[in-house]
Design a protein around this ligand. Structure first.
Ligand code: FE2
Ligand code: FE2
Length: 334
């Protein structure tokens, strides 16, 4: 059945329902949803089925005649108001406030019907709250796991732990400068916070050696991305976090390690951590040299033509040049 034909048949069905049971009938004839309500073009609630009342914990008498905005989470109000005003029938996500001020995450499926010369907006809702809560719980657990891994490393090597925390802070700033979404920033934070976790297998004498490293010692250092990847292999971290650990020493021009991956084959998230990692490392104090300022560090990186992802380096440069990346906030000595 075509969508038009289906809509026409559904329209006739709703008209019949309306004739018999009025707007109440409209709300109550949408089975298989977590809530249905009918509002006017002004956004006033004229009917809601029992499932919807249960979802938002209100009595019928407390909602009927009220504006739908009473139920909408503040940050979503403008968007919902616009959709109603423009008679927009596309599906969307919104957050609802229940009577006891908990937030419900819903998918909304609106449709508009003219019945007896009056326009009604019939809205079906599906409750995504359990899934969203589970995702939040899982994200929290992953963040705790990242902290646990760094706590283990800190018992032996507090320098690397501090470096990872500062790299994570810089990573988040670059991601915000690039207007990336919150889910990506959460992933970046976890990945950057543990990107050097593989250094747990590098002898501390090598990590803290004030002189130049010989080839044998370099071999140890270069094994840390692979070791880190192996450490988290069994964890259900998303793939991006694992790629950050494995590939944060790859270079845009293919001169990095462990695989010599290059250009567009390096995911953007990995490229961001890579730039933040270098910026932190160059601007940090080392046993064999003084610390550079962020300005000096970014100049050094800009002179290493082709090594870093262009857009990411640009974002980091503008953060530094505009004074929006301040060493003190990240515990650096500037
Ligand atoms: Fe590293
Ligand atoms: Fe690092």
């Amino acid at each position: 059945m075509t969508r038009d034909k289906y809509n026409k048949e559904f329209q006739s069905f709703l008209e019949a329902v309306f004739k018999q049971d009025g707007v109440e009938g409209l709300a109550n004839n949408l089975p298989f949803v977590d809530g249905a309500l009918v509002i006017t073009v002004d956004g006033n609630i004229v009917a809601a089925n029992d499932a919807f009342l249960d979802l938002v914990c209100y009595q019928q008498s407390e909602l009927y005649g009220q504006s739908i905005q009473k139920l909408i989470y503040q940050k979503d109000q403008q968007d919902v108001e616009k959709r109603i005003r423009e008679k927009n029938q596309t599906n969307y996500h919104a957050r609802l406030f229940t009577k006891d001020s908990t937030v419900k995450f819903v998918s909304v499926f609106p449709s508009i019907y003219e019945i007896d010369g009056v326009t009604y907006r019939l809205t079906a809702c599906f409750d995504n709250t359990p899934v969203i809560n589970l995702q939040k719980y899982q994200l929290n657990e992953f963040k705790k796991l990242a902290r646990t891994l760094t706590n283990i490393l800190e018992k032996r090597d507090s320098y690397t732990t501090g470096h990872m925390a500062r790299t994570a802070a810089i990573t988040v700033e670059i991601a915000k400068e690039m207007s990336l979404d919150k889910a990506t920033i959460d992933t970046l934070w976890i990945g950057a916070s543990i990107h050097d976790i593989g250094k747990i297998s590098v002898p501390i004498e090598i990590l803290t050696k004030p002189d130049k490293l010989n080839n044998f010692e370099w071999g140890f250092i270069k094994s840390h991305p692979t070791t880190g990847f192996e450490i988290v292999a069994e964890v259900d971290f998303n793939e991006t976090i694992k790629q950050i650990i494995l590939h944060h020493h790859e270079s845009h021009d293919g001169s990095g390690y462990p695989d010599g991956t290059m250009g567009a084959n390096i995911p953007l998230e990995v490229a961001i951590v890579s730039v933040a990692d270098s910026l932190e490392a160059i601007s940090g104090v080392r046993p064999y040299r003084k610390a550079f300022s962020f300005e000096e560090a970014i100049d050094i990186m800009n002179n290493q033509t082709g090594k870093y992802h262009n857009e990411v380096l640009k974002a980091a440069s503008s953060l530094v040049k505009n004074g929006n990346l301040k060493g003190q906030e990240f515990g650096l000595l500037h």
